[in-house]
Every structure is written in C-alpha cells, then in structure tokens.
Design a protein around this ligand. Structure first.
Ligand SMILES: Nc1nc2c(c(=O)[nH]1)N[C@H]1C(S)=C(S)[C@@H](COP(=O)(O)OP(=O)(O)OC[C@H]3O[C@@H](n4cnc5c(=O)[nH]c(N)nc54)[C@H](O)[C@@H]3O)O[C@H]1N2
Ligand SMILES: Nc1nc2c(c(=O)[nH]1)N[C@H]1C(S)=C(S)[C@@H](COP(=O)(O)OP(=O)(O)OC[C@H]3O[C@@H](n4cnc5c(=O)[nH]c(N)nc54)[C@H](O)[C@@H]3O)O[C@H]1N2
Ligand code: SF4
Ligand SMILES: [Mo]
Length: 748
C-alpha cells in the first residue's frame, strides 16, 4: 500500500475532538510516523486539522507513562500490572470496609467520551464501588444542555443537533467551531460546512463577546455581554409571540405548555434586556425575525451559552426558539441523530420523565443532575466534614485533570493530597495524577480500538465506523478496556480474577433483559444461544457487536439478516453511511406527558432569577475563555508541534480597556477573581469587546512532581484559580467559567 519500505498504513478514527475524523496513519514498526485525512471515510472525507496531523507526535510522546506507577514510601515508582492492581485492592479495601462505598468518588474527564473503555466500564465501576459520588467534566461543560433536554424531551441524552448541511440559517450562541471543530454537534470539517452554508445562499449569525474566526465568517456578529444570553434569547422568543411570528408547524400535536410561554416571557422585552445584554432592541427584533423568516433555521448553543449563570435557561431557550419557529425535528432545523449502538426505537408514549435533585451533595446541598454532583464541589466534598455523612476519602480518577479544569485548583490540589487513597487511569503524570497512589496508564491511541458511542448520537449525519488498533499493543502495555475490567475486579476484592468475566456478565445481563422485552427483536429467545453468536476479538468487541445487533440498524440476531453487526463494520473500514438525519418525533420523547414539555416546573422556577438579572449593572471587567485550534483542554501543551506561535496563554484585552487600566501590549497583568489571582502577558486586540478580557484554560503547568517536560517549560497560568467554586448554574450544577468578574492591574 505504501511506497516507503518498512512502512504501512492503517486507519484510525481521530479521538482528539468531537469531529471524529477518519485518519490514515503511516506506521513504521510500532511508531506512527505520519497522519493524514482518510479521503474514503464516509463521514470526514479526508478532512484533518493540525491536531489530527500531529497524531504521531501525540502518540509517541516520550513523556507518556509506559508502565504503572505505585507509591512506595511517598514516591511513585514503576511497578508491574499485578503489583499495581494488588495495590489498588489493598488501598481501596480499608476505605470501603471502614466507611462504605459512598466514601469513594469517581471523577471522569473529557477523554472518557473519546475512548471505548470510557463508554463501556464506568457504570460497572460505580456499581462495584457502591458509590453514587460521580463527578465529570459535564458539570464544567454541557450539563445545562442535558438538563434542558431532559426536561423538554424526558431524556437528557436526546440532544438535537443543527442539521448543518441542509439549514438555510444558523444562529450560533457561544461556540467557536472554527477553533473547536464543534461540540454537541459532531461534524468533520465544521468550517467547510459553514462555508457551504454561505455558498448555497444561507446565512450565519454568531453571538459571541469576541470576534472569533467563526464570527468573522458570519453575516452578522452580535458582541453580547457575556453571561446574558438567556436574556437575549428570551427577548427573541418574546418578539416571536409579540409579532405573531410563532409557527410550530407539524409540532403542534406534540407540544405541552405552549400557551403558558407568553406570560412566562412577558417581561423579557428587547427594551428590557438591551442594557444588560448591551444589544440594541432593534438587533434583538432582527434576530427573531430572521429566525422566523428563514425557510429552515437552526439555533446552536455551546460552551459560552452553558458555562454561565443561566446556562440551563439559555440551553432551554435555544430549543424553545427552534420549536416556536417550527424548526425542531425537520430537515434544516434541529434534529435528533440515531446512532447504531443506541437503544432501538420504542413505540411512542409517556415515559418516566427526567427528575433533578433526587439527592444532594453533602456540603453545599447541590442537587444532583443526571446522577452527577458538580465537579466544582469536589474539593469541599473531600475537605469539609459535616454531620450529613462521610467525606470522600478515596478517588478513582480517569481521563481528568480537574486541578486545572475545575474552579480553585489550589484547594483541590490540597484536598487530593489529603486522600487516603487515589487511583488515576491516565497516560500522563500531570497536575492531578501526581497525587495518585497508583497510576494505571492506558496505551497510546494507535494501540487502542475506536468507536464513537457518544458522538454518533450527536452527529450531523447518521453513520457508523469502527477501527481496530492500528498498532499491536507493545510488550508491557495493557488495553484500557482490560485496565478498567481489572479495576472493577480489584475494587470488588478479586484482583486476580479473569477480566473477561466482567464483559461476559454485561453481555448475559443485557441479553437477559432483551429476551424479556416484547419490543426487542430477540424477545423470547435463549440468551445463551444469542451470546454464543457474538463475534469479536475480545470482550470490548463482543459488547460492540451486541449493541450493534440490538440497535436501531442491527440484524436483531437474524431478525433482519441484512442489518448491522461487527463483521459488517470490519468489512467496511472507512465506515458505513446511514443517511441524513430523519425526523424522530414523537418516538424520542420520554416525558410523563409523552409530549414536549415547553415550560417544565424547574425552568419556570428559575425564571424569577433571570428576571432579577434584568436589573444587573456591570461595573467590573468580565472574563471569558477561548480555545486554540492546536490545543485541547489541559493535555496537549506537551507537544512542540502543537505549542508556540499564537497558541499561548495571553490575556486578550481591548485597547481601550488597556488604556484605562494603564496596560501596554506584552506587559504582565495581574488578574484577580474571587478564588485568587494569576498573572499573564497582555495581548491587546479589538477582537474582544470592551469590558471583557479573555484567558484560555488548561494552562498552569508549574507544579512539582509532574512529568510533562515541554508543558512545564512554558506553563502559562491557570485561569480557573480566579474562581472559588461557588458560582454555579443552580439547575445543572455547572460551574460558571465564562463572564465572571475580575479586576486588572499592571504588574512589573
Ligand atoms: N482546538 C480545540 N478544540 C476543542 C477543545 C479545545 O480545547 N481545543 N475542547 C473541546 C471541548 S472539551 C469542548 S466542550 C468544545 C467546546 O467547543 P466550543 O463551545 O465551540 O468552544 P469555545 O471555543 O470555548 O467557544 C465558546 C465561545 O463562547 C464565547 N463566550 C464566552 N462567554 C460567552 C457568553 O456569555 N455568551 C456568548 N454568546 N458567548 C460566550 C467565547 O468567546 C468562545 O468563543 O471544544 C472541543 N474542541
Ligand atoms: N475556564 C475554563 N475551564 C474549563 C473550560 C473552559 O472553557 N474554560 N472547559 C471545560 C470543558 S468543556 C471541559 S470538557 C473540561 C476538560 O477538563 P478535563 O475533563 O479535566 O480534561 P483535560 O484537561 O483534557 O484532561 C484530560 C486528561 O485525560 C488524560 N487522557 C488523555 N488521553 C487519555 C486516554 O486515552 N485515556 C485516559 N484514561 N486518559 C486520557 C490526559 O492525560 C489528561 O490528564 O475543562 C473545562 N474547564
Ligand atoms: S478535527 Fe478533531 S477529529 Fe478531526 S483531525 Fe482534528 S482533532 Fe482530530
Ligand atoms: Mo468539553
């Protein structure tokens, strides 16, 4: 296949962001020496970004851990896998025996949704530990969207995505897909798809306090004041009612509460929100009219609309605007993807609905959302005793670096150091994993299989792809699925047991349920006979085969002979296209009413807080984040190929604000917030609006005991140190990471 001798090519879906591009890797021995876009990939068709192109360097980073580490006499030393799992069993047992499962927390970070192991094992781990103390990156990210969709549709994972390739009008609220490549909207070559929208005569509007690369591409850019989108969107909805522009089209029979919306939104007139949002009333009316007038339109909100004080309300309003203009569940609007490994569709009808606050965090009494507690509350759940129950004394952390990605890393840093026991599943020794007693390093991505369980449910086109490891596991390496299976066994007190039993148990339990389900294609069949039909090289592959076969396009174990199964995917290494998104209402609805609940009680109960915000006066500077194309959260600053140039931790300041504060370009600035202060060099630019400064997250690599040499050489500042962890969107428990007040002063 390849012209270079001793080298070969292998396919690998890129796990580095949500775009899920297909890559062609060049491999020499076990080393990846090159990566390019796979032109034959059914979804990405050859697209690749600088991070994907650097796959080889990322895979081969010499700072990646090659063997497990176990803490002995205070120091982390290399150990065998057997020693490491024995140390886990030994460290966890006393905590579980003395204090019970609830004394253990599980922390899952962003790459969890980018690995197969992350999709298949965490639930089992929580079950084995007997804990409900789950903290994930969702509560520093998209939890508001889960909550609003849970309330609207009854299923927190039923998140509609903009039908990018067919829409006539796209309204983007707080997202910058030209740098992020998209999120909660899986679309390889998002930039190209936006350009195609404009080419076919469609329009793009971007609401963002910064003139981002995405905003620069738009027909209209509204530089809103950060943290005020819920007011702006509420005023748009108000205009739709006031000007009689509401037309829900075919959605009418599926709606509940439409008649109560005008009253709920009455006070949010364009005139009332103008001063707070710093957007002219005429602009708000234009935004609403354009949305209503477009033949089809999609509204898309992301990080800038979620990690703010009214994140759930803003996320709710994004979908409400789609409903009011008849743009939900129709081509060109917001649509619900159908992934191949999702549960097969059920007959429409009332469901169990979505409930918030079934339990509360111990210290600040934050309500759970989707079974999770706020990541911002992790430190206090460890370091603050109460009468309410046990503090967290042990943690399992996988794919997370909350010391940098969550508020008040210094406090969390101290809290982690105080734990009785901590395990990290992480390829790096970084700001968080340096506290672990045992570090279990997963293999680099080229040695791991890949399927996007999560992102195919958010993709702008239905498709399915699977890639086996591009390179065999190096000696001494362990697959991440096996690491997790063994972790489950180790915390269950059976560190030596066969990890295959973990997957076999899941398979037999899943099939046991399926054969009893009258809607399942395998209803009434023998689970053992079905299990024997599964194919796959290991437990992970057999579970993929199982999910595919029971899924919406599956072969139903023979019920639909031409349906999907693992062998079909292996026969189609560039993927299988399953067609454009299709309308799915009312089958997706799982609310108690069986309809879209437009004004659910928790939302109505939070509107008074939004009304109060109408009176807010801003006299402080507000800080927002930003992402860089050649970076990803906290873990890609260790690669020379992806750092330097414009990818630096600078504080962007508008020149007029700089003049007011006596700050010169390049000068070090002291930034103070509720949780602490940091310094960063100023970068004067009118790309940020006045009254707003921008500092990226994921920096602050200056702590001792880490092993990320390149990152430590240019550490940058941890923006999240400016936060004290008390500012949250109350419905979702999501930290406010954007639009919080800071003060600036020149330093040095
Ligand atoms: N290159 C790169 N790609 C990434 C990542 C990365 O770190 N680097 N991270 C990945 C992850 S984990 C995620 S979740 C996605 C995120 O994907 P996006 O949401 O597209 O990412 P951001 O660049 O953070 O975009 C948020 C935008 O909101 C703006 N903003 C801030 N506050 C407000 C506000 O109050 N209102 C409005 N309207 N806008 C506001 C910011 O200026 C910023 O431009 O990206 C993913 N992809
Ligand atoms: N101020 C501010 N803070 C933010 C944000 C913001 O916009 N502004 N964005 C937030 C968002 S959207 C997110 S998602 C979070 C992200 O924050 P986290 O969820 O903490 O994710 P990362 O910082 O990317 O750290 C990922 C960790 O996973 C490890 N890792 C990499 N590959 C693998 C793998 O294959 N397996 C395992 N087990 N581990 C792996 C890395 O070494 C690293 O330790 O940050 C949030 N924090
Ligand atoms: S856009 Fe995302 S998935 Fe595609 S190559 Fe870049 S990092 Fe990988
Ligand atoms: Mo994220």
């Amino acid at each position: 296949m390849s012209e270079v001798s001793n080298s070969r090519t292998a396919l690998r879906i890129c796990p580095l962001c949500e775009a899920t591009c297909g890559l062609v890797l060049t491999v020499e021995g076990s080393r990846v020496t090159g990566a390019r876009g796979d032109r034959e990939d059914v979804f990405s068709q050859g697209f690749v970004c600088p991070k994907g192109a650097a796959f080889g360097q990322l895979d081969g980073d010499p700072d990646r851990l090659r063997a497990p580490l176990v803490r002995r006499d205070g120091e982390l030393r290399e150990a065998t896998w057997e020693e490491a799992f024995a140390a886990v069993a030994e460290g966890m047992a006393p905590v579980l025996e003395r204090h019970g499962g609830e004394a253990v927390g599980v922390v899952l970070g962003n790459p969890t949704v980018h690995t197969m192991a992350g999709a298949l094992y965490p639930r089992l781990l929580l079950g084995a530990l007997g804990t409900r103390n789950l903290f994930t990156a969702s509560t520093v990210d998209q939890m508001p969207k889960h909550v609003s969709c849970g309330l609207l549709y009854g299923d927190p994972d039923a998140i509609p995505v903009p039908d990018l390739d067919r829409t006539d009008h796209l309204l983007i609220v707080g997202a910058n897909p030209l740098e992020s490549n998209g999120s909660l909207c899986t679309a390889p070559d998002f930039p190209g798809r936006l350009k195609a929208l404009r080419r076919r005569g469609g329009t793009l509007t971007v609401i963002d306090p910064r003139r981002t690369r995405t905003a620069a591409l738009a027909d209209r850019h509204v530089a809103v004041r950060p943290g005020t989108d819920a007011l702006l969107l509420a005023a748009m909805a108000h205009v739709l009612f006031e000007e009689d522009l509401v037309d829900t089209g075919g959605l009418a029979p599926h709606l509940d509460g439409l008649d109560r919306l005008p009253e709920a939104l009455r006070e949010f007139t364009p005139e009332a929100v103008a001063a707070v949002c710093d957007v002219e009333p005429a602009v708000v009316r234009t935004l609403a009219r354009e949305l209503a007038a477009a033949p089809s339109a999609a509204v898309y909100g992301r990080v800038g609309s979620c990690t703010v004080p009214h994140g759930t309300l803003a996320s709710w309003l994004v979908d409400v605007l789609a409903v009011l203009t008849g743009n939900l569940d129709r081509p060109g609007g917001l649509m619900f993807p159908q992934a191949a490994t999702a549960r097969a569709p059920r007959p429409a009808g009332p469901g169990r609905g979505f409930t918030l606050g079934r339990r509360h965090s111990r210290v600040a009494r934050h309500p759970e959302a989707k079974g999770e507690l706020p990541l911002a509350a992790l430190a206090e759940e460890i370091d603050t005793p109460t009468d309410e129950g046990e503090p967290i004394r042990a943690l399992v952390v996988s794919a997370a670096n909350p010391v940098l990605s969550a508020p008040d890393g210094e406090r969390l840093d101290r809290a982690l150091a105080s734990l009785d026991f901590m395990v990290s599943v992480d390829p790096y020794l970084n700001e968080t994993s340096r506290h672990a007693h045992v570090v279990l390093p997963p293999p680099p991505p080229a040695q791991s299989p890949h399927h996007d369980f999560a992102f195919n449910s958010l993709a702008v086109r239905n498709q399915v792809r699977y890639t086996r490891p591009a390179v065999p596991l190096e000696p001494g390496r362990m697959a991440e699925s096996e690491i997790f299976a063994r972790l489950v066994l180790a915390v269950s007190g059976a560190p030596g047991a066969d990890p295959a039993t973990v997957d076999a148990t899941v398979v037999s339990r899943t099939l046991g349920h399926a054969v009893q389900d009258p809607h399942s294609p395998v209803h009434g069949r023998d689970p053992q006979e079905l299990a024997a039909q599964l194919t796959g090289a290991d437990g992970c592959e057999r579970r993929l085969d199982l999910m595919l076969r029971l899924g919406p396009y599956g072969d139903g174990f023979g019920a639909r002979p031409d349906g999907l199964r693992l062998s079909e995917l292996l026969d189609h290494p560039h993927g299988i296209d399953l067609g454009p998104l299709r309308p799915r209402l009312p089958e997706v609805l799982r609310t108690r009413s069986g309809r879209i609940e437009l004004l659910p009680e928790p939302i109505a109960g939070d509107l008074p807080r939004l009304r109060q915000a109408l009176g807010h006066r801003f006299d402080e500077m507000l800080l927002v984040g930003r992402r860089h194309l050649r970076s990803n959260n906290s873990w890609m600053h260790n690669l020379p190929a992806l750092t330097g140039g414009s990818n630096r931790c600078t504080l962007q300041v508008h020149p007029e604000d700089a003049a007011l504060h006596g700050i010169a370009d390049g000068q070090t600035v002291r930034v103070k917030g509720a949780g602490g202060e940091v310094t960063a060099p100023a970068e004067l630019t009118d790309a940020v609006r006045r009254g707003v400064v921008s500092l990226p997250h994921g920096w602050g690599h200056d702590r001792p005991g880490t092993r990320t040499r390149h990152a430590s050489a240019d550490p940058g500042a941890n923006v999240n140190q400016l936060l004290d962890g008390t500012l949250l969107d109350p419905l979702s428990g999501t930290a406010v990471l954007n639009g919080f007040p800071v003060t600036l002063s020149p330093a040095g």
